[in-house]
Write a protein that binds this ligand. Structure first.
Ligand code: MLT
Length: 252
């Protein structure tokens, strides 16, 4: 483990440790609507990943393995040996990297509006070009482009835009570069002998439901929960359904 940073985090509730990793370029507050459902039964730990929220934004590319190392260092600090780990979108890519690097520390894994594939070469190049653009001109264009694609719920678009607008330029650049370089994890996940939950909104404009269905079909101990009417942010669009699915994972 090297170059890890001390992540900002919040911790609520008591019971089995449940660690929730937000997506790009968001922060831990996206999980807040789940807390009333989760905290009676779980110790819920919600970090801000490097470059996001109140965590530091060091220079360089944020590989998913490095983000996973930051999370492992946080768990060490909190004396959490094993947990259920859930990641939203990019947080899911990081959760997969964590599962690879620290298999003994997971009792179950959840991917919320996420998947296990690497970027196709043209997508990876697009991210690197975007990172260049953000480094030169700031995050406004990226934030405006993403805001409407995350959810179809008009009441959520502006709050999400505000979270993204607070993400520092270097955080966005580092995460884009790290996502562009991530490994494919489909075979790894198919072979994983752990309970795996996939949560997908049937209106997700970023990760199509068909892709998640195909992934679910390959899992040994997998379960797919489709959230009707939800887009890329099911934890905000239907928190109760997402929380219920996570609680079932804890009791497995
Ligand atoms: C996210 O929501 O974390 C990102 O949009 C995921 C991605 O760009 O692949």
């Amino acid at each position: 483990m090297n170059q890890t940073i001390n992540l900002y985090y919040q911790e609520r509730g008591s019971g089995s440790p449940l660690v929730l990793l937000h997506g790009f370029p968001l922060d831990h507050t996206i999980w807040n609507p789940l807390l009333p459902f989760l905290t009676p039964r779980a110790r819920v730990i919600t970090p801000d990943l490097r470059g996001h929220g109140r965590s530091p934004a060091p220079q360089g590319s944020y590989s998913m393995g490095l983000i996973a190392d930051d999370v492992a260092a946080l768990l060490d600090r909190l004396q959490v040996e094993r947990c259920v780990l859930a990641g939203h979108s990019m947080g899911g890519y990081a959760a997969l990297a964590f599962a690879r690097a620290y298999p003994g520390r997971l009792s179950a894994l959840a991917l919320v509006a996420s998947h296990a594939s690497a970027d196709a070469p043209e997508r990876a190049q697009g991210r690197l070009d975007e990172a260049e653009q953000v480094a030169q001109a700031g995050t406004a264009q990226l934030v405006d482009g993403m805001a409407g694609r995350l959810t179809a719920d008009p009441d959520l678009v502006e709050p999400l835009r505000q979270i993204m607008a607070r993400t520092p330029r270097q955080g966005v650049v580092g995460a884009l570069q790290g996502m562009a370089a991530r490994e494919d994890a489909n075979d790894f996940l198919a072979d994983l002998d752990l309970p795996v939950l996939l949560v997908a909104g049937d209106q997700d404009a970023i990760i199509p439901l068909e892709r998640t269905r195909a992934l679910a079909a390959r899992l040994q101990r997998g379960r797919l929960v489709v959230v009707p009417g939800a887009g890329h942010m099911p934890m905000l669009e239907n928190p109760q359904v997402v929380a219920q699915a996570l609680l079932e994972l804890i009791t497995q």
